[in-house]
Design a protein around this ligand. Structure first.
Ligand SMILES: [Zn+2]
Length: 485
């Protein structure tokens, strides 16, 4: 038996020891749904019990937050921290973490981090601020590395604070960077854009001929971030696939890039090791399952079908499917929670880096999310904004194609109109409708994506995704190709 299977055996015992099912049945998140599926909590035992439970989802979380009091949802009297998700459906989901949830596995996390970081590293992180969980990242790194005697210096900022932090970053040069890959490239774009201006201004102020020449050269030759951040050596990237960005990010910043997988709802982090072939999922505080593709197809055909899943400890190389998470969070444990990410098992045996956990690759989504790295939103919320009445036309069907131009995602809205009174004005109205959606507005204004011209088409074919939902988001093959800058 592998050490990973042994860990899962311990987790199975922990399910009993912590009375996980009994506790969870007290939460409104599970109570009613379990009743609907005639779950007999007293009879649930170990993994068999777990795998007989219905799945839970982001929709369930959203629904209970609207309908119940906090006391009916959470299982502890005290909560240490509330985090929210970026609200891909519009409404935010709030997740409670107790202090124990927060501090557990601190030393393990510290040890893993210190296999990548050196005690004298300086980590610059550009993350969405609290209440997003990414806002807590720097503190987690500091506390966990400190717990084993090597507190690692953090310079952390939100994306809109990068410019104000530049003075510090130039004087206190970071050695590691942490952010979303597309944000790293957006920053590279700003550095290329602004460095000539800054140098020119400095040359004028100092009357320096050398700086004047430098400013002229930078006009012709784009300045890369590695010229500005000379000590950077590693980067950790999350929230979107690193694959298409890896080469260009490594080149722009002169770093070795590592992919990280995490989500707000609970435990279940994955990280890439020095082998750069898939992400390790150590499952320290969670049990992972995979719903194989075949089972997902059955569910697509029949939305009432509950697909079967395989424990990650028993999954074999090559298996593709959707990842499901159950965890041991005290305040609100996740039980069979579907994060809607598709994975492939790359390796199940011990890795060259010495870690024993299986390696997975994230290969896509099973829902209709438009993921632009820093921001993400679902097609359902776009539908809300597009379902208003327009003066100059009527929408019959619509979809959105996400392709890429340079390193930026390009959104193309395609409309099959019911009628058009004035094409140009209808397009303006449609854009205004999208622009009213705050997340879209932030992304558009901060140039995180390119919005293509709206296209009117004749015969729009919409597919099905997940449990019989209309699929409106299509990714163009060039979206996944290596980006250039
Ligand atoms: Zn490894």
């Amino acid at each position: 038996m592998s050490t990973y299977q042994e860990l899962y055996n311990q987790h199975e015992k922990k399910i009993e020891k912590t009375q996980l099912f009994f506790r969870a049945s007290k939460s409104a998140l599970y109570r009613n749904n379990w009743k609907k599926y005639n779950v007999n909590v007293d009879k649930l035992k170990g993994f068999n019990g777990l795998q007989s439970l219905p799945y839970s989802s982001a929709n369930d979380l959203r629904r209970v937050w609207e309908a119940f009091s906090i006391e009916e949802i959470i299982l502890t009297k005290n909560v240490a921290f509330w985090h929210c998700t970026s609200g891909s459906m519009g409404n935010k989901k709030w997740l409670p973490w107790t202090y124990h949830d927060y501090t557990r596995s601190r030393t393990e996390l510290g040890e893993t981090l210190l296999s990548f970081l050196k005690p004298d590293d300086i980590v610059m992180s550009i993350v969405l601020p609290v209440p997003y969980i990414s806002g807590a990242l720097a503190y987690r790194i500091l506390e966990s590395t400190a717990s084993i005697g090597h507190p690692i210096e953090q310079i952390t900022m939100s994306p809109d604070y990068v410019q104000d932090s530049f003075g510090l970053l130039l004087k206190r040069q970071p050695t590691a960077i942490m952010c979303t890959p597309s944000l790293a490239l957006r920053m590279a774009e700003e550095i290329a854009r602004n460095t000539p201006k800054v140098l020119k201004r400095q040359a004028e102020l100092n009357k320096s001929a050398k700086l004047k020449i430098a400013s002229l050269i930078t006009k012709i030759k784009k300045i890369k971030p590695k010229r500005v951040f000379k000590n950077l050596r590693v980067g950790f990237f999350f929230a979107e696939s690193l694959r298409p960005f890896r080469k260009v990010v490594e080149d722009q910043y002169s770093i070795e890039a590592f992919d990280i997988y995490a989500f707000t709802e609970g435990f279940g982090v994955g990280y890439e090791c020095q082998e750069h072939n898939g992400l390790h999922f150590p499952s320290l505080n969670c049990v992972l399952e995979i719903i194989p593709e075949k089972e997902l197809e059955k569910e697509q055909e029949n939305p009432d079908y509950i697909p079967k899943a395989i424990l990650l400890s028993e999954a074999s190389k090559g298996l593709k499917g959707e990842i499901v998470i159950s965890d041991f969070k005290e305040a609100l444990p996740l039980l069979r929670y579907r994060v809607r990410d598709m994975i492939e098992v790359i390796a199940e045996d011990e890795c060259g880096c010495g870690a024993n956990s299986p390696r997975l690759k994230i290969i896509g989504r099973t829902d209709d999310i438009i993921n632009l790295g820093v921001i993400r939103f679902s097609s359902a919320i776009v539908q809300q904004y597009l379902s208003r009445e327009f003066k100059n036309g009527v929408i019959h069907r619509w979809d959105m194609v996400i392709s890429r131009e340079g390193f930026k995602p390009k959104l193309s809205l395609r409309i099959e109109p019911g009628e058009i009174k004035n094409e140009e004005k209808f397009k303006e109205e449609l854009f205004t409708a999208l622009y009213d959606f705050d997340v879209f507005q932030i992304g558009y204004d901060s140039e995180l994506f390119i919005f293509d011209e709206i296209e009117f088409v004749d015969n729009l074919k919409l597919g099905i995704v997940g449990q019989g939902k209309t699929k409106r988001v299509k990714y163009h093959p060039n979206f996944f190709k290596e980006v250039k800058m």
